[in-house]
Design a protein around this ligand. Structure first.
Ligand code: 13P
Length: 253
């Protein structure tokens, strides 16, 4: 794969300024793993502070508004994120799709808004347990992605996809290697058709859902897994960088 493995921490609604030393520790450790691209998405309130601490890691957000400005109480626009130092934004996370009924069309509009101001996007997809058990996971994810992926020419540098089966998030359960490989292969095919093989080759497909230092090597060694989107295990430098280390060793191996 042309791009470096991408290890992204999604801090979700965790973290106050007391987390800044942890961010510094992640940044220092990332300087020892240059073969891996490490990034964190703290809550909005910490983006600027983490950005100021970061010399090596990328700093991003967990959502943005599709609108540029105006009367949208409580929302944050993509240009505000850029102003705070964000370089990417996670969009369409299942927690937002579930809690706020966010649709793939809205995710697409948010992606367009982010890309317009030079912010890269991580587009999330993933099926609930009943869909997996009904044998319809690939169809479900394909539909979600078809509608969520923004139409752009140069997707390679700017778009990342994260496959996160909902039943694996925060549960300690992970999909089997075969299931991950099959889903990621389907996603790659979809990206090839959507963006062309040249651009698609640079779009990394991350896996997310209970990724930890203990299971990272196996997951990251699976075909078409270009990195990980990490929740709980990204909250301490120790566990998060354990995953980055596994990614670095996968690169060397
Ligand atoms: P966990 O790593 O805590 O399962 O969360 C995964 C996730 O939702 C990352 O976006």
């Amino acid at each position: 794969m042309a791009q470096r493995p991408y290890i992204v921490g999604n801090w979700k609604m965790n973290g106050t300024r007391a987390m800044l030393p942890e961010a510094r520790a992640i940044d220092r450790a990332a300087q020892r793993h240059m073969k891996v691209e490490v990034a964190v998405a703290p809550p909005y309130t910490l983006i600027h502070a983490v950005h100021r601490e970061a010399e090596q890691i990328g700093v991003g957000a967990q959502d943005c508004s599709p609108d540029p400005d105006g009367a949208h109480t409580g929302d944050i626009s993509a240009s505000m994120l850029a102003d705070a130092g964000a370089k990417f934004v996670i969009l369409g996370h299942s927690e937002r799709r579930q809690a706020y009924g966010e649709t793939s069309e809205q995710v697409n509009a948010k992606a367009v808004a982010a890309l317009e101001v030079g912010i890269r996007v991580i587009i999330c997809c993933g099926e609930p347990l009943d869909v997996r058990e009904a044998g319809k996971a690939e169809d479900y994810v394909a539909k979600q992605l078809q509608a969520s992926l923004p139409a752009i020419e140069d997707a390679g540098e700017k778009v990342t996809v994260a496959y996160e089966p909902i039943w694996a998030i925060g549960t300690g359960k992970t999909a089997t290697n075969d299931d991950i490989a099959a889903m990621h292969a389907m996603i790659r095919e979809l990206l090839n058709k959507r963006y062309g093989e040249d651009q698609s080759a640079d779009v990394r497909i991350l896996y997310g859902g209970s990724v930890k230092p203990e299971n990272a090597a196996e997951i990251l060694g699976t075909a078409e897994v270009g990195g990980a989107l990490v929740g709980g295990a990204s909250l301490t430098a120790d566990s998060f960088m354990g995953i980055a280390l596994a990614a670095s060793e996968t690169e060397e191996g």
